[in-house]
Write a protein that binds this ligand. Structure first.
Ligand code: C2E
Ligand code: MG
Ligand code: MG
Length: 592
């Protein structure tokens, strides 16, 4: 059927219009009608058109275009909009049937002259069913049959859209990879029907918690993915992760069984974790696996390491500021032992909980604080907190404990540092000799800038230790110009003590020269009994490491001190591991 044939004829003979048109009309399964291009009055229609629209011929010929074509799509009378119908060859319009139902119609229109009047001949094919089937096919191709969620294919479209919007509007977008924990058990224990219902429950739950601009997709099995259309900060993506985890964690009853949903979430953000969505997705997936490996039921924001999740620099700055405003930094403490198994003291280590329930590495916090100028108030706050904590331990410990704090060179370069430390010591009535300051070997290279404050503090009785010794290109000889009483051998040497590429000669030399300079030498990072034996033999004065104890919260330390107290007459005996008792069983905490 080629309507342009009519156009080529240009004018249907006025005296015999019916016969000319009837060639086209009769027996044609497609609906065809002719209407007046000026009044829009229908002038003729074939049987297929009458049955398609549900009218008798008489009734149909009393109608105009506006009775059939939905108002929003019909050309207006008196305008040349009728031409639009022509230019809209093969467009799909919504038409009205006599019973009020609507149908989708693919329309082709051609100008014809009919009885000398300018008219339009329209072929109107009902494509409602076809479109419905098409829509079904599209839905099936892009959605997961069980949950109705977008599938992997649609997700990649949505990711591409999210990326291009983010690039255009210069904002962030995030993807979350979710894997349900123990889904196989649900299937095995309760059967596949319950497993399916559980997946639908999770799908509904995730969808209900997110915004319209976000996409929740099922990747297959128990894997889901989310695209967060627009987020302002990395931290806010972490908050979404937290919120989803909380939502998931509510027990639900399915088929009479109570199921406790749990999931592992990995979150990655564009542009922080990748320049395209494939890369961002890989990061999110890797973070999800880290969350799984860490025991599941948690979320992790992609980052250089798992513990530095849920923060970018700006978010870290903000949290540091908040902690400073509240004047409460979180510190954990790691015990140090003397060779006679007595507790020598402990080291205070800065902690900041990240949003994925792990800890942000203190190295990262300190590096950030150095960068943004907050190192001084942070360091100041650490000293104050340690003094406060030492005061609170007076009631549980027989004699005062020595606590080491890590101090950054920029703190020692400030001329008010010593007097502020003195204030804290006085405020909490702490013997200055119980406070040890750890400075890194590299800090010593700034000898001129730090020596004044160091000497002032040492004059009060505060002790100094050189941390991570052996890594800072300095030499023991330089130390005598500063009031240093302790050297801490870096854990990299301790770890290689028993290897083939042994650090034994270096460790031996450090201990010997340290002693000759009347310094205590302690080893950090002691993890193995064998290392401890060698260090003991070399005359090391103290040891710190996972073999003895991991860093603990103040409460755990209080408990340990409290337990030690009743039996203590001379020393702090906090169940140090002995060679006869495997040390791993003695470690009380895994809080680091
Ligand atoms: P550091 O002063 O050398 O602290 C010892 C680090 O070694 C701690 O890591 C501790 O958890 C870890 N460690 C202890 N025993 C073992 C062991 O047996 N094996 C292994 N593999 N590691 C062990 P953490 O807590 O991550 O601290 C890292 C660094 O962050 C510290 O190194 C210190 O330089 C810095 N830092 C921590 N808190 C503060 C602070 O309040 N102020 C300053 N300026 N720096 C801090
Ligand atoms: Mg240290
Ligand atoms: Mg160290």
């Amino acid at each position: 059927m080629r309507p342009d044939v009519l156009q080529e004829q240009d004018d249907l003979p006025p005296e015999s219009p019916i016969s000319a048109v009837s060639i086209l009309f009769n027996g044609n399964p497609l609906a065809i009608w002719i209407y007046d291009a000026i009044t829009f009055q229908f002038l003729d229609a074939n049987e297929s058109a009458l049955s398609q629209y549900g009218y008798t011929r008489v009734d149909f010929l009393q109608l105009t275009l506006s009775d059939v074509v939905l108002s929003t799509q019909q050309p207006s009378l008196g305008s040349d909009d009728g031409d639009r119908v022509r230019s809209q060859a093969n467009v799909v319009q919504r038409h009205l049937r006599s019973d009020g139902t609507q149908i989708d119609v693919a329309v082709r229109s051609n100008d014809v002259s009919y009885g000398g009047r300018p008219c339009k001949l329209v072929i109107a094919e009902d494509v409602t069913e076809r479109r419905h089937v098409d829509a079904e096919l599209i839905q099936m191709a892009h959605h997961d049959a069980l949950t109705g969620l977008p599938n992997r294919m649609l997700l990649s479209d949505r990711m591409a859209q999210a990326l291009s919007t983010a690039q255009r509007l210069k904002h962030k977008t995030a993807v979350i990879s979710i894997d349900l924990d123990h889904f196989k058990k649900v299937n095995d224990w309760y059967g596949h029907a319950i497993g399916d219902a559980y997946l639908k429950h999770v799908a509904g739950l995730l969808t209900s918690r997110l915004r319209g601009m976000d996409t929740v997709a099922r990747m297959g099995g128990d894997e889901f993915a989310i695209v967060l259309g627009e987020i302002s900060t990395v931290e806010s993506a972490g908050l979404v992760g937290k919120m989803l985890l909380q939502a998931l964690n509510k027990p639900t009853v399915i088929g009479g069984y109570t199921i406790q949903p749990r999931g592992s979430l990995g979150i990655a953000i564009y542009p922080e974790h990748g320049s395209d969505m494939d890369e961002v997705w890989r990061c999110a997936d890797a973070a999800m696996y880290r969350a799984k490996r860490a025991g599941g039921n948690r979320y992790i924001v992609a980052g250089p390491d798992a513990s530095s999740s849920a923060d970018d620099s700006a978010a870290l700055d903000k949290r540091l500021r908040e902690m400073l405003e509240k004047e409460r930094l979180l510190l954990h403490y790691q015990l140090q032992y003397s060779p006679n198994d007595a507790v020598r003291g402990m080291e205070a280590l800065l902690r900041m909980q990240d949003l994925g329930q792990g800890y942000v590495s203190p190295d990262r916090i300190i590096a950030r604080a150095e960068d943004n100028g907050m190192i001084y108030p942070v360091g100041r706050c650490v000293v104050e907190e340690v003094c406060r904590q030492m005061d609170s331990w007076k009631s549980v410990s027989a004699s005062p404990m020595r606590v080491a704090v890590n101090v950054s060179p920029s703190q020692l370069m400030r001329k008010e540092f010593a007097s502020e430390v003195a204030d804290s010591l006085a405020k909490w009535k702490i013997d200055p000799s119980c406070l040890e300051m750890e400075i890194t070997e590299r800090a010593i290279l700034n000898f001129d800038e730090i020596s004044t404050e160091m000497h002032e503090l040492a004059g009060m009785g505060v002790r100094f230790a050189v941390d991570d010794f052996g890594t800072g290109y300095s030499s023991l000889q330089h130390l005598h110009r500063l009031p240093i009483s302790t050297v801490k051998i870096d854990r990299s040497f301790v770890q290689r003590l028993c290897d083939s590429s042994s650090s034994y000669p270096i460790v031996k030399a450090i201990i010997a020269v340290g002693h000759s300079m009347k310094m205590e030498v302690i080893a950090e990072g002691v993890e193995q009994e064998e290392q401890r034996t060698i260090l003991d033999r070399l005359g090391c004065d103290g040891m710190q490491g996972y073999l003895f104890a991991k860093p603990m919260s103040p409460e755990e330390i209080s408990q340990a001190l409290g337990k030690a107290h009743p039996n203590t007459d001379t020393d702090h005996k906090i169940s140090p591991p002995s060679i006869r008792q495997p040390a791993s069983r003695q470690v009380r905490s895994i809080s680091a």
